[in-house]
Design a protein around this ligand. Structure first.
Ligand code: NDP
Length: 297
């Protein structure tokens, strides 16, 4: 079997178009422009790239983009004061504090100081609790993007066996909650899981979010399963230079799976698209207006 490639890049473009159309309607019918504020502390080069690309895409869909760059030695009090200001700014509907923060700042404290209604990353403890209890929440962008691709490919996920490899707060755990919400039978595997290969072989859906290059080989995949590769790892090429690979061994998994997301061009583009989707959703909720269809869990 050769797997269907789930084209995250094309799907993300579709989501961004849908967001853009909704933004245009909000402006035209209600005079409202959704706004996303991104806060970057310090000069981590990877974070710099993400923040720039988030700002660019925010503007491309017609939303207002506010980027706040703070020095690496910014005090916690100053950062909390900025978050408070953004919480109270009616032009800001979404707030994202780019992680990781420098070591002297308490990430949990900062994230939990964001107004949960503006927490477009979905990391605030209130949103985690709402998601865990099946209530309306802001959903973390990466797992939301994975869910959208799975729903698009399968229609209903009800009754499917899903194995999520990785139990981080930003990917693994919310992914598992979302799959449970769609009535999958969910297993969360991690570094202490015994016989991971046998666990993964049970899965109709495998979501790999481990951070280990090409860790999942094709012979762990049940024939016909759907493989969602969240991993982004940069490895050296034998001929020199580097390339991006996921957490699954693409060639061998694609030979067995029914469908698979590539790296790059799979989950990555969906993450930013879902950030934009969450911002427009937050804006609609703030104004008591109808949310766009299909852009939330
Ligand atoms: P974390 O490092 O926070 O979590 C990794 C998880 O993998 C942990 O739960 C860990 O288990 C588990 N793990 C590590 N080694 C093994 C192993 N040998 N067998 C089984 N499980 C293992 O990573 P993140 O969740 O933040 O990210 C995971 C990957 O996804 C990374 O490559 C990251 O770059 C990528 N990513 C991609 C995004 C995108 O937009 N595409 C967004 C976010 C992340 P334990 O808890 O036991 O230590």
């Amino acid at each position: 079997m050769t797997a269907t490639v789930i084209d995250g890049k094309a799907f993300a473009a579709k989501v961004r178009n849908q967001v853009g159309a909704h933004v245009a309607r909000l402006k035209e019918d209600h005079g409202i422009t959704p706004g996303l504020a991104v806060v970057l502390v310090g000069e981590d080069p990877a974070s710099e790239v993400y923040v720039r690309s988030k700002g660019k895409m925010t503007v491309e869909v017609g939303m207002a983009s506010f980027t706040h760059r703070l020095d690496a030695d910014t005090s916690e009090a100053d950062l909390l004061a900025l978050v408070d200001q953004l919480n109270n700014d009616p032009n800001v509907h979404g707030i994202l504090v780019q992680l990781p923060l420098p070591d002297h700042l308490d990430s949990d404290l900062v994230i939990n100081s964001i107004d949960p209604a503006k927490d477009v990353d979905g990391f605030h403890i209130s949103n985690v609790g709402l998601l865990g209890t099946g209530q309306k929440s802001m959903v973390p962008c990466t797992p939301l993007g994975c869910l959208m691709m799975l729903r698009d490919h399968h229609g209903s996920l009800s009754g499917m066996n899903a194995v999520v490899v990785g139990r981080s707060n930003i990917v693994g755990k919310p992914m598992a909650q979302l799959l449970l919400g769609d009535s999958c039978t969910v297993t969360i595997a991690h570094s202490r899981t015994r016989d991971l290969a046998a666990v993964v072989r049970q899965a109709d859906i495998v979501v790999a979010a481990v951070g280990r290059p090409e860790m999942v080989p094709g012979d762990w995949i049940k024939p016909g399963a759907t493989v969602i590769d969240v991993g982004i790892n940069r490895i050296d090429k034998p001929e020199g230079g580097t390339r991006l690979v996921g957490d699954v061994a693409y060639e061998s998994c694609a030979a067995v799976a029914g469908a698979i997301t590539p790296v790059p061009g799979g989950v990555g583009p969906m993450t930013i698209a879902c950030l934009l989707a969450n911002t427009v959703t937050a804006c609609c909720r703030a104004h008591g207006l109808a949310e766009p269809d299909g852009l939330t869990a």
